[in-house]
Design a protein around this ligand. Structure first.
Ligand SMILES: Cc1cc2nc3c(=O)[nH]c(=O)nc-3n(C[C@H](O)[C@H](O)[C@H](O)COP(=O)(O)OP(=O)(O)OC[C@H]3O[C@@H](n4cnc5c(N)ncnc54)[C@H](O)[C@@H]3O)c2cc1C
Length: 546
């Protein structure tokens, strides 16, 4: 068949919905060549999210939850790029530039929207800067490395018992399946490996789960949820129910009831929001999800399909499908056969599926399951959980690897290697709450800070009481003196109003200052002015003292 006449199906997103749509489309292609499939995904792998929590504890290897999309979809043209925009009028999709600065524009005949949803911390002070999301492989690896990092730090913190306890406090927000699974794995991991840190006392470990409702796992029958709560409490997890996460800093989780938990590890599995690309589309939506009919066609269109977490798929019994992999994979089958019917002609299918059950792992060989209306818990549920998910993983090779990992894990201690993925923390956005110190006089100077929002005061203490030297606001910076003069901090900077800053590490700042003479001169000038203002302020205060 002439290539120009082939109908092009472009799928956005390589999760359960996108990959399984492409799998079914490839099957339908068979020996024919009447359409082509393009799948665009940020990563070149598919993530089996139900097992992500086990990556945090190292129960399975980090690559065991992912499969290369190219191997799963040999007849699909995979574009490993980020989708930047969708133009429904021109029927095109634009992806971000790769190694060359030109963006790609890809035309489509049929568009499949399978972009999932996103963790969105907007409107929650400090969460974007300090809470760790838990959604993809990168998040799971980051959390694992971070947890090992704080354990290493705690092990050598001999002087400050408060700081040691803060390092050993772990807070997870969100008591749905992913929050419960990650808190269970994290708790097991920390309490298990702490035996390798003879300097640390296991009784200093604190693991807290925050949940907005009066019980965890609202998707499950109450009895099972309470069983899960009881078993996790026995293992040392502290529950704070009817409590939301309100704000965060690098040192604290701030709760809706006003309580503050001192921690360096805050994981948040909530809130989930519509994908920004989906949000931007002028298409009908229900609570941010694209409204589709029972054939998975977006209402009001004849060539745009949507499924998975980004779509509001109607259930035959009323309501919309829950955002789970179980539904996304079944929706994919219906969408694929309807796309094929739209291309080749023929009868379309209606999406019909009744949920088979729900399963949640609780670590330590226990789980909860609700299968065909029957409640199962403990070891049997755990066995079911492992067997079902093992069989659902794509490819026998992957299943074998995971089965071997799980078998060894029954006898061997958990892996404790911390993988350092970057050389430096790089530029970062940070958030501080009133009263909190950004740095303290005498600290080592490791970063410079630029204020985006909020206010801070600069204070110095010499022989007498502390003297406030200056107030700083948006557009101003601080922390340069210690870096340029290679000294320790000569003042304390304290947050007055919720403060958002961009912080640049010493190494990057030194390269900039060394190579941009105009910048260095301007910093020297500001330092001179600040030094003079400080001396005058100190003279004023000392002069005013009785
Ligand atoms: C930790 C965790 C555990 C879970 N456990 C279970 C479980 O046990 N059972 C169950 O049924 N469900 C579970 N779920 C839910 C399930 O994973 C989701 O419902 C399912 O992944 C939805 O599939 P999707 O394809 O719609 O979205 P996703 O799987 O999120 O896929 C979206 C894809 O789009 C890509 N993408 C996003 N934006 C862009 C862009 N701009 N450019 C290119 N690509 C982009 C992403 O990289 C991703 O690959 C779990 C979810 C999580 C987070």
């Amino acid at each position: 068949m002439n290539e120009a006449k082939r109908t092009r199906v472009v799928i956005l997103g390589g999760g359960f919905a996108g990959v399984y749509t492409a799998l079914h489309l490839e099957k339908a292609l068979g020996r024919r060549d009447d359409f082509e499939i393009i799948l665009i995904n940020k990563e070149n792998y598919f993530v089996f999210q139900p097992l992500l929590a086990e990556v945090v504890s190292g129960n399975i290897g980090m690559l065991d939850t992912v499969s290369p999309i190219r191997r799963m979809l040999p007849r699909t043209d995979l574009h490993v790029r980020e989708v930047e925009s969708i133009n429904l009028k021109d029927r095109t999709v634009m992806t971000t530039p790769g190694l060359r600065p030109q963006p790609h524009v890809i035309a489509y005949d049929h568009l499949v929207l399978a972009l999932g949803n996103v963790t969105d911390f907007r409107g929650l002070r400090g969460l974007a800067e300090h809470a760790l999301p838990f959604k993809n492989l990168g998040d799971a690896l980051f959390i694992r490395n971070h947890v090992i990092h704080v354990l290493e730090e705690a092990a050598i913190e001999h002087e400050d018992a408060e700081l040691r306890r803060q390092l050993l406090t772990f807070v997870v927000a969100g008591g749905g399946f992913s929050g419960v699974e990650v808190v269970a794995e994290l708790n097991d991991f920390v309490r298990d490996v702490i035996r390798n840190y003879y300097q640390l006392d296991a009784s200093d470990v604190r693991v807290v789960l925050l949940h907005a409702l009066d019980r965890i796992l609202p998707e499950l029958d109450e009895k099972l949820a309470l069983y899960a709560q009881k078993i996790l409490t026995k293992r040392g997890i502290e529950f704070r129910l009817n409590t939301r996460l309100k704000a965060a800093t690098g040192d604290e989780a701030i709760l809706s009831d006003g309580m503050r938990i001192s921690t360096k590890t805050l994981i948040s599995t909530v809130p989930s929001s519509p994908h920004p690309l989906v949000d931007a589309l002028d298409l009908p939506k229900e609570r941010g999800r694209l409204r589709v009919d029972a054939s998975l066609l977006v209402e009001g269109t004849d060539n745009v399909w949507a499924l998975g977490d980004c779509a509001a798929v109607p259930l035959t019994a009323g309501g919309i499908c829950p955002p789970t992999a179980q539904f996304a994979t079944r929706e994919a089958k219906t969408a694929a056969s309807n796309i094929v019917a739209a291309i080749r002609g023929g009868e379309g299918k209606t999406f019909q599926f009744k949920e088979l059950g729900k399963l949640g792992a609780l670590g330590h060989r226990s789980a909860v399951a609700q299968m065909f209306g029957i409640n199962i818990s403990g070891l049997l549920a755990w066995f079911l959980w492992r067997t079902i998910y093992l069989m659902k993983m794509p490819g026998w090779g992957r299943r074998l690897k995971v089965a071997v990992s799980w078998t060894f894990d029954l006898f061997l201690p958990p892996e404790l290697v911390q993988l350092t993925l970057t050389h430096s923390m790089g530029m970062a956005q940070e958030h501080f709450e009133p009263g909190q110190e950004v740095f303290h006089q005498g600290d080592l100077g490791d970063r410079i800070y630029i204020i985006a929002r909020g206010r801070a005061e600069v204070a110095r203490q010499e022989d007498g009481p502390e003297v406030v030297l200056a107030h700083l606001g948006p557009g101003e910076y601080f922390g340069e003196m210690a870096l340029l003069n290679k000294t320790t901090r000569n003042a304390t900077v304290r947050c007055l109003e919720p403060l958002d800053v961009l912080s640049i590490p010493k190494r990057e700042f030194s390269v900039l200052a060394a190579n941009l003479p105009a910048m260095r001169e301007s910093f020297d000038q500001v330092m001179k002015e600040r030094r003079m203002a400080t001396e005058s302020r100190l003279r004023q205060v000392i002069g005013a003292e009785p």
